[in-house]
Design a protein around this ligand. Structure first.
Ligand code: PBG
Length: 329
């Protein structure tokens, strides 16, 4: 007796393995998150994100040219706002000469064909570190939506190709889409953070932007009244389908690795591209383990991004994008 099928034949050499490999990673898979700060000549390493930096505009220009030369053609911009410019209503976010608006122009000047996406949420501008406007101790859904539409318009007027609302208010995709259509921005895309969970993996990101919710009386201590409960699955489908109905072009699941079951379900359920955000805590975890010599950094990194793509990601937002592309070439 011999085994009727020997699956190991397809694993006998790298040549045959690569011939039958189902999931291939390329630079086209990645969206590169970038952190921007005021100043000149600034390239600050983020303490909880080794080898990841905040750039001032002059060095942002250098960085995006390098990304472009590596075949990385899409960026997602975040700004670190000085405390003095933060308030409850996010007024600075609408400043046509604000850091985000200048960052968009900087990238577009440096690399006109680079796809520029911007994070749309109040938290970096909020004195309370929340994604919306606080009213009577809660994050006001509808006031925030109005604000997000204005913020999106401001980014698009500065040259953004896509806006990426990451706030999880109800109905914000509709508000933003309506504002864009009304102003004639019919080609502007919306990448909705549609299934965004209230996750403890966002810690290093909040360090990077100094945007964590404050610990203050009458202010919610966390984001659980708008970001999703990580125990939930059906809710992710509902959120995603609603965002598509409201006008989202790309939907997203966030974080990545702990949520690949959700990614696959959404991929099977919808007909728009699905993005996955491999978030700051996922990055930090691998960097820390590799630093200790407990994990092989490059091997685990490739395994992780491949798993994300295999689960159904059409787009991977990842702090590893450059590391991956260097390894590929
Ligand atoms: C802001 C925003 C967050 C992230 C992306 N956009 C933080 C949060 O919701 O608190 C997290 C990204 C990461 O951890 O890498 N709304």
């Amino acid at each position: 007796m011999y085994p009727l099928r020997r699956n190991r034949r397809l694993r006998t050499s790298e040549a045959i393995r690569s011939l039958v490999r189902e999931t291939i990673i390329s630079p086209n898979d990645f969206l590169v998150p970038l952190f921007v700060v005021e100043g000149k000549g600034v390239k600050e390493e983020i303490a909880s994100m080794p080898n990841y930096y905040r750039y001032s505009l002059d060095l942002l220009e250098k960085e995006v040219k390098e990304l472009w030369s590596m075949g990385l053609k899409s960026v997602l911009l975040f700004v670190k706002v000085p405390d003095a410019l933060k308030d409850n209503a996010g007024k600075e976010a609408l400043n046509p000469e604000g850091l985000m608006q200048r960052a968009i122009k900087t990238v577009k000047n440096a690399c006109p064909d680079m796809l520029v996406m911007t994070d749309v949420a109040l938290d970096p501008y909020s004195q309370y570190g929340h994604d919306g406007i606080i009213e009577n101790g809660v994050v006001s859904n509808d006031k925030t939506n109005q604000f997000l539409a204005e913020m999106s318009l401001s980014h698009v007027k500065a040259g953004a190709n896509f806006v990426a609302p990451s706030d999880m208010m109800d109905g914000r995709i509709l508000s933003i889409r309506e504002a864009l259509e009304t102003e004639g921005f019919t080609d502007t895309g919306i990448m909705s953070y549609s299934a965004k969970y209230a996750s403890s993996f966002y810690g290093p990101f909040r360090d990077a932007l100094d945007s964590a919710p404050v610990d203050m009386m009458d202010i919610p201590k966390d984001k659980k009244t708008y970001q999703m409960d990580y125990a939930n699955r059906f809710e992710a489908i509902k959120e995603t389908e609603m965002d598509i109905d409201e006008g989202a072009d790309i939907v997203m699941v966030k974080p990545g690795l702990c949520y690949l079951d959700i990614v696959r379900e959404i991929k099977n359920a919808v007909d728009v591209p699905v993005a996955v955000y491999q978030v700051s805590g996922e990055y930090a975890m691998l960097k820390a383990a590799a630093e200790k010599g407990w994990l092989n950094h490059d091997a685990v990194m490739m395994e992780q991004v491949t798993a994300i793509k295999r689960a159904g990601a059409d787009v991977i937002a990842s702090y590893f994008a450059k590391d991956v592309v260097k390894l590929l070439s």
